[in-house]
Design a protein around this ligand. Structure first.
Ligand code: DSN
Length: 422
């Protein structure tokens, strides 16, 4: 039976959209740093019959009968994730990264409590306290920043002063647009000094941590880590909350996820998480994680060599943030569109203290997780970055753009999306 055979016969409109996405993903270069390609095994588990089952509760403690197999898959996901991250407890039921952060806040805080998190234009995430979120009506968010956006070092002295003055209950590390590794020991020491929990949102770099290519915040004493499962970790769309060792914290988190905030867990998705975590435990995943960083650094080098300003000067992880407005006079939105036209997908992004608005920022954000899954190495990533800069610099030359589009199509054909990683 061919893939999507039943959808094809039954619903032509949905089938056409799925097929369109298949072509888009295989003929273009995916550089959005929060995206990746999952294995066929993950997709099969995700579309499995387990979607039919209600399983409120946790393994061995469900509200409804018929849980023989749901308990198997959830226990596998829990045990594998604990092993991957060195955690004593894991909750694999959160539906996404935002949900994981919301559950973590509600588990650890009372209304009115303070969270010290990364300034959003310096790389933090919406759920770290952006005024558009409902969270800011309930909790008080205060900020730390980079000392210098050209080196990326966090201003730990200022951060400590804010912590002492505002007495946060959570010191939150983590980001969605920050290319450097943090000084985890400093975070933990500030959290301990003010009696706060040290929490890290590892969504972007979870795969790098699991693949031992980046430091593990738990090794420095962080109490809790929240994450998505679909970015560098290369699992299905979803979230997870890991607790290093406190049973008291883990119990609060479990109770908050269910029944506090969610209903029946998506057991098909949890089965797919278990499969992905099984893949991440294999030695080949460590090779992948290291290559992700090498590839991002190769792309950053091209931008540096061509004198395009990079926030923090380069990257230690999977993503690069370029100030294309200052260097090339192109707004991030226009750069995103120009590159989309040649078959490269990335996103516009605010840069630190961006003078332009958030909907029309100065920067672009791109990264290597998806193309590394596709087996691009340093040579190919260097070429992709050269083509990006060429395309932006020669934006008024349609013939050049056409040639770049053709070269990208040829590269994509040479590196088909793999079905299996083990
Ligand atoms: N949308 C994700 C990202 O691209 O970083 C974060 O939620």
């Amino acid at each position: 039976m061919k893939d999507y055979e039943f959808v094809r016969k039954q619903d032509k409109q949905v089938y056409a959209a799925i097929m369109g996405e298949e072509v888009r993903e295989s003929e273009g270069i995916e550089l959005i740093p929060s995206e990746n390609y999952v294995s066929k095994a993950v997709r099969e588990a995700n579309s499995s019959i387990l979607t039919n089952k209600y399983a409120e509760g946790y393994p061995g403690k469900r509200y409804y009968g018929g849980q023989k197999y749901t308990d198997v898959v959830e226990t596998l996901a829990i045990e594998r994730s604990k092993k991957l991250f060195g955690a004593k407890y894991s909750n694999v039921q959160t539906l996404g990264g935002a949900n994981a952060n919301i559950a973590m806040y509600f588990a650890l805080l009372n209304p009115g409590d303070t969270v010290l998190g990364m300034d959003l234009s310096h790389g933090g995430h919406l759920t770290h306290g952006h005024p558009v979120t409902y969270l800011t009506k309930i909790f008080n968010f205060v900020r730390y920043k980079m000392k210098d956006p050209d080196t990326g070092e966090i201003d730990y002295d200022a951060m400590r002063k804010v912590a002492i003055a505002s007495k946060p209950k959570i010191v939150l590390a983590g980001f969605s647009a920050y290319p450097r590794e943090l000084n985890y020991a400093k975070f933990v020491s500030i959290a301990r000094e003010v009696g706060a929990y040290a929490v890290m949102d590892i969504a972007h770099i979870a795969g790098l941590i699991a693949g031992k290519a980046a430091k593990n915040p738990f090794d420095y004493g962080f109490d809790v880590m929240t994450t998505t499962t679909h970015k560098t970790l290369r699992g299905p769309r979803g979230g997870m909350i890991l607790t290093r060792e406190s049973e008291e914290i883990a119990k609060k988190i479990d109770k908050m996820v269910f029944p506090g905030l969610q209903g029946g867990p998506h057991m098909n998705n949890i089965a797919a998480k278990a499969v992905a975590f099984g893949e991440a435990l294999k030695p080949s995943f460590r090779t992948y994680a290291k290559q992700v960083i090498k590839n991002a650094q190769a792309m950053a080098k091209v931008f540096n060599d061509r004198n395009i300003r990079l926030l923090t000067g380069g990257t230690d992880n999977h993503l690069v943030l370029a100030d294309v407005f200052t260097s090339l006079g192109i707004a991030g939105k226009e750069a995103e569109m120009l590159l989309d036209n040649v078959g490269i997908t990335l996103n516009k992004n605010a840069i630190a203290d961006d003078k332009r608005g958030p909907m029309d920022p100065s920067g672009i954000r791109f990264g290597s997780p998806a193309i590394t899954t596709r087996k691009f190495g340093v040579k190919e990533c260097t070429r992709v970055a050269e083509l990006m800069v060429d395309s932006l610099e020669k934006r008024a030359e349609p013939k050049v753009q056409k040639k770049i589009r053709e070269e990208i199509r040829t590269m994509c054909k040479k590196f088909p999306i793999p079905q299996s990683f083990v």
